[in-house]
Write a protein that binds this ligand. Structure first.
Ligand code: AMP
Length: 197
């Protein structure tokens, strides 16, 4: 199965993708995780991405499309994957279509976790506090001010991705404000329907 999880930062894409990985045995491909790894390793891509990530902006389409093109060509992604945090612009979505068409592959669904934008800042403050309490590192971009920039980038550049997939008949919506287990159950139901179609 080839899936995309859509929704603003803090919508729960990472949490739900990790559960889908367990259940379906396909990898979660998170451009955010890949970019953070590149920054930590100090690679040329990491050096280019670091400042823009810390400010809450978007890394260039060219960089992230290159990263995803490499990643979906790996053997573990052959039978499917869950994209988390990509595509974030219509250009990235179009580039993905071309990449998949070249491989004779297609997407099964783009699932949007719908949220109440006003509640996301609280959610992200909680995520940072929970990480701190658990002795885990807190993401620099989970600072409330940077988070607001990430939300603004979402509104400006990424909100148009949802209508793109609706237009392709691939969009499914799931209430991302429900409790985590309820969101997982709703995702399961959507995927069952997609498989049966
Ligand atoms: P995330 O973990 O998905 O919230 O991503 C963290 C940061 O990485 C974002 O705020 C962006 O700066 C960058 N990033 C991740 N995915 C993309 C993407 N598809 N396009 C552009 N920038 C991205």
């Amino acid at each position: 199965m080839r899936l995309i999880l859509l929704g603003p930062p803090g919508a729960g894409k990472g949490t739900q993708a990790a559960r889908l990985v367990q259940k379906h045995g396909i990898p979660q491909l998170s451009t955010g995780d890949m970019l953070r790894a590149a920054v930590a390793a100090g690679t040329p891509i990491g050096l280019k991405a670091k400042a823009v990530m810390e400010s809450g902006g978007l890394v260039s389409d060219e960089i992230v499309v290159g990263i995803i093109a490499d990643r979906i060509s790996q053997p573990d992604a052959e039978n499917g994957f869950i994209l988390d945090g990509f595509p974030r612009t219509v250009k990235q979505a179009e580039a993905l279509d071309v990449m998949l068409a070249e491989k004779g592959q297609k997407l099964d669904a783009a699932i949007e976790l719908t949220v109440d934008a006003g509640k996301l800042v609280d959610r992200i403050v909680n995520r940072a506090n929970e990480a701190k309490a658990a002795g885990q590192p807190v993401r620099k971009d989970d600072d409330p001010e940077v988070f607001k920039s990430r939300l603004a980038a979402y509104e400006r550049d990424t909100a148009a991705v949802t209508p793109f997939y609706r237009g392709h008949g691939l969009l499914k919506e799931v209430d991302g404000m429900a409790p985590i287990d309820a969101v997982t159950a709703a995702l399961d139901a959507v995927l069952k329907a997609v498989k049966a179609a």
